[in-house]
Design a protein around this ligand. Structure first.
Ligand code: HEM
Length: 143
């Protein structure tokens, strides 16, 4: 199939649906969605369309707190770096298999950045006494 640009909400839907197809087939992280969070997909998917449409197409349709459910989830199952790495691997594979162009690159950049922050926050909670350095480029932070 020829790769396309991400132009409208239908493209976002295809991206999100294909990503969760991969997530749900994944041997490492599918249990979190299926058995721990017991995700109601009819409810969750439109929220994810809004999220990615806002990030990539400036729709303004997402006005929620993306971090919050992950803090709750982290209490049920500690979200390890390996889970985040797999999440990102599946997301990157989805984007690069289906899409090309500026918005596709933006999707990769945004996903990597949010994943990095989310993984860092969870790691701080799960291992408060270990690595305190911020994993982002931040010259002011050398503690
Ligand atoms: C190990 C990695 C991750 C796991 C296991 C995970 C799992 C989940 C689960 C179970 C939910 C709640 C679904 C529901 O409402 O039932 C959720 C929501 C969400 N996740 Fe993740 N997630 C991960 C990483 C990420 C990352 C890196 C991003 C962003 C780039 C992200 C974006 C979102 C958003 C936007 C929501 C909806 C929040 C809302 O309710 O408004 N997730 N995630």
């Amino acid at each position: 199939m020829e790769k396309r640009e991400i132009i409208n909400r239908d493209d976002i839907k295809q991206l999100v649906d294909s990503f969760y197809d991969k997530v749900n087939a994944d041997e490492l992280i599918s249990f979190i969605f299926r058995d721990v969070a017991k995700v109601d997909w009819a409810h969750h998917l439109p929220i994810m369309y809004d999220f990615w449409e806002s990030l990539l197409l400036d729709s303004g349709s997402y006005g929620r707190n993306a971090m919050e459910p992950h803090f709750k989830l982290n209490k049920l199952v500690p979200l390890q770096p390996a889970y985040f790495d797999r999440w990102l691997q599946l997301f990157e594979a989805t984007v690069t298999e289906l899409f090309t162009g500026e918005k596709a690159n933006l999707a990769l950049t945004r996903a990597r950045s949010i994943k990095g922050i989310m993984a860092f926050k969870m790691n701080q909670i799960n291992h408060p006494d270990t690595d305190k350095s911020i994993p982002l480029v931040n010259p002011g932070n050398d503690q």
